[in-house]
Write a protein that binds this ligand. Structure first.
Ligand SMILES: Cc1ncc(COP(=O)(O)O)c(C=O)c1O
Length: 454
């Protein structure tokens, strides 16, 4: 019988991140300066990011060496295992071979430290002493709190109110690593106060929390901003996962047919699949399927156009799939998937039909999570459960067609701090939210009418 887990030794860990930009099948539209409507120049981003990260954001080098200090910290949990899900295969009665790449083994419990550690490192090199950020589910906030504590940097986290209330243990984790965590909308910023004046009970959104963190960073000399998803350099840091999968599948003597991942801002999914995109462009028959909530369906129902990354229109304009920067998604439990837009790099691949997308209701997602927990043992984050649902659907398709495909699920994080959502599911109290078209149309009215090139 084949191995249940495929490990790499630390010396086999990839030593460089993969930058997909030189291999894109179509040009990536530039981010635009909202004040001038012109493409951003590096200096525009300096109030928010250190120059080294801005260079990575715009860089065209295919491979970027991972600094030794970052590799040393990665080794606290990397390389992460690739599991073969034998028990799940048996339960489903599928001829497919199902694998899952387990990013939940990081100290923060998800893929997010892959970029948090890199970003903290470059900020430290630049002399930055304080970083502000937002967090949805709390996974990103925990990851950055961890990374900042390892580099002795102060960390301020704006946590989306609904998650702040649902997940006190995430906040405690951040505080244990020395970060300060506030519920968003907060009274700390103009953007937060504006929303609170209109709706004191606002559940918040990632778009709003981003506005708060960006405002915080832009208004203080000692502070830079850090984003856990969407941006090109963040997606690049995550490619270490896909690069490891490539090596691990080779050890298993297998070849990828379908890769399933969940999509919030797109970073874990991009990390898993970007290293395989060139293979697809070169003619290999590989499918990439992104899974998102029906309550926040930016890949399946949104337009591909320029929009702000945040609620208060502080960020550059990015060409992406967007439900509108003023869209506040219904309060589903997968907090990390409640973002109105998607990474420009991933959006481009979806637009080019290289990546497929699919949307699910909460209850079917949790049903898949429970099936997974009762077979493979691991209890996934609600975000990750979308990827599992997608993987199970693909395996059931193989059962129908008799195809013996190789399916890899991106297991982006564990759900040990998400048990309240399991409680709601197990008691039949989870609502399935259908998003009316009028809600999307309403939010899209606020999206600026910009095309590039003009
Ligand atoms: C476990 C987990 N998976 C996925 C996501 C979605 O983010 P992204 O699409 O950037 O990977 C999050 C976001 O917080 C998360 O915590």
């Amino acid at each position: 019988m084949a191995d249940s887990k495929i490990f790499l030794s630390e010396s086999e860990m990839p030593q460089a991140w993969y930058n997909i930009q030189p291999d894109l099948p179509a040009p990536l539209m530039p981010p635009l300066n909202p004040a001038t409507g012109e493409p951003l120049v590096p200096e525009d981003l300096l109030p928010l990011f250190p120059m080294s990260l801005i260079e990575q954001e715009m860089g065209m080098e295919r491979w970027v060496d991972i600094p030794d200090e970052v590799l040393r910290i990665y080794k606290l949990w990397r390389p992460s295992p690739l599991h073969r899900a034998f028990a799940l295969e048996e339960e489903l009665g599928t001829p497919a071979r199902i694998y899952y790449k387990n990013e939940s083994v990081s100290p923060a419990g998800s893929h997010k430290p892959n970029t948090a550690v890199a970003q903290a490192y470059y900020n430290k090199q630049d002399g930055v002493t304080r970083i502000a950020t937002e967090t949805g589910a709390g996974q990103w906030g925990s990851a950055l709190a961890l990374a900042c504590s390892l580099f002795d940097i102060e960390c301020q986290v704006y946590m989306v109110r609904i998650s702040y209330d649902q997940k006190p243990y995430r906040r405690l984790m951040m505080e244990t690593w020395g970060a300060q965590c506030l519920p968003s909308p907060s009274n700390q910023t103009e953007a937060g106060r504006r929303i609170l004046a209109r709706d004191p009970d606002s559940p918040g959104s990632l778009g709003l929390a981003i506005s708060e963190a960006v405002e915080d960073a832009a208004s203080r000399e000692d502070t830079k901003y850090s984003l856990g998803s969407v941006l090109n350099h963040v997606l690049m840091h995550q490619t270490i996962t896909g690069l490891e999968i490539k090596k691990q599948l080779a050890i298993a003597g297998d070849k990828l047919d379908v890769l399933c991942g969940c999509v919030g801002g797109g970073s874990n999914f991009a990390g898993f699949c970007f290293p395989f995109v060139k293979d697809k462009l070169d003619g290999q028959d590989i499918r990439f399927v992104g899974a998102e909530p029906r309550a926040c369906p930016k890949l399946t129902r949104a337009q591909y156009r320029y929009d702000f990354g945040d609620n208060a229109q502080l960020t550059p304009l990015l060409k992406m799939h967007t439900l509108g920067h003023s869209f506040i998604p219904p309060p589903i439990h997968a907090g990390g998937l409640r973002y109105h837009g998607d990474a420009p790099l991933l959006s481009l691949l979806v637009d080019q039909k290289l990546v497929e997308a699919r949307a699910y209701y909460q209850n079917e997602v949790f049903e898949a999570a429970v099936t997974f927990a009762r077979t493979e043992g691991h209890l996934p984050a609600p975000e990750t459960a979308h990827a599992i649902k997608c993987g199970i659907d693909e395996a059931l398709r193989c059962k129908e067609t008799g195809k013996e495909e190789c399916i890899v699920i991106g297991y982006s994080g564990h759900g040990h701090f998400d048990l309240a959502s399991y409680d709601a599911y197990l008691r039949g109290q989870l609502e399935d939210v259908d998003l009316p078209q009028e809600t999307i149309d309403e939010a899209m009215k606020d999206v600026p009418d910009i095309t590039w090139p003009r």
